[in-house]
Ligand binder design. Structure first.
Ligand SMILES: Cc1cc2nc3c(=O)[nH]c(=O)nc-3n(C[C@H](O)[C@H](O)[C@H](O)COP(=O)(O)O)c2cc1C
Length: 160
């Protein structure tokens, strides 16, 4: 039996709900990742030009370190990574998440939640981070899962 892990970050609970639903549907394990320094409500205000997230997301290559609580993924065949969309891309901490995981030999699927933005730029961001760290990763096309229809379509296309 193939083993699947859902690894997600959620600042305000929307991605968490979707991640939990995916985990139940696929009988997968689930775990959250966390930034070393948690985001406050003020940090998350993307209508504020001076907020922490506005700065981080606009600064090319900016590093946000993660808490040292990533699970051992060696026993999993499939890794599903979920995140909110922040300024059209994943939160910067996902570069660190990818750097800390050995995804070689794994099937990797990506999803996000957003208000309206699609997954195109997030896909490029994650592809770049994943390819930098491994050349044997089977990476599927990610999607924004803001509706039941989008979730069902994404699940139907999962290659595992
Ligand atoms: C810093 C920040 C930036 C965001 N940027 C976008 C964006 O570019 N496009 C969009 O549609 N939604 C954007 N959103 C909205 C979130 O993607 C959306 O509310 C998401 O579902 C939140 O997921 P969460 O509750 O799991 O954190 C942004 C939210 C935050 C906090």
């Amino acid at each position: 039996m193939k083993k699947t892990l859902v690894l997600y970050y959620s600042a305000t609970g929307t991605t968490k709900k979707v991640a939990e639903e995916i985990a139940v549907k696929l009988d997968a394990d689930i775990t959250a990742v966390h930034p070393q320094k948690p985001y406050t409500t003020a940090d998350l205000n993307w209508h504020d030009d001076n907020s922490r997230t506005t700065f981080e997301q606009h600064e090319h290559g900016y590093r946000v370190e993660i808490k040292d609580d990533l699970p051992d993924i060696s026993g999993y065949d499939n890794i599903i990574i979920g995140h909110p969309i922040w300024w059209a891309i994943p939160p910067r901490m996902f570069s660190a998440v990818i750097d800390h995981l050995d995804l070689n030999g794994k099937n990797v699927a990506l999803f996000a939640t957003s208000d309206i933005t699609g997954y195109e730029r997030a896909q490029s961001y994650m592809e770049r981070a994943i390819k930098k760290n491994g050349d044997d990763v089977k990476l599927g096309q990610g999607a924004v899962l803001n509706s039941r229809q989008q979730l069902n379509d994404w699940l139907a296309k999962l290659a595992f």
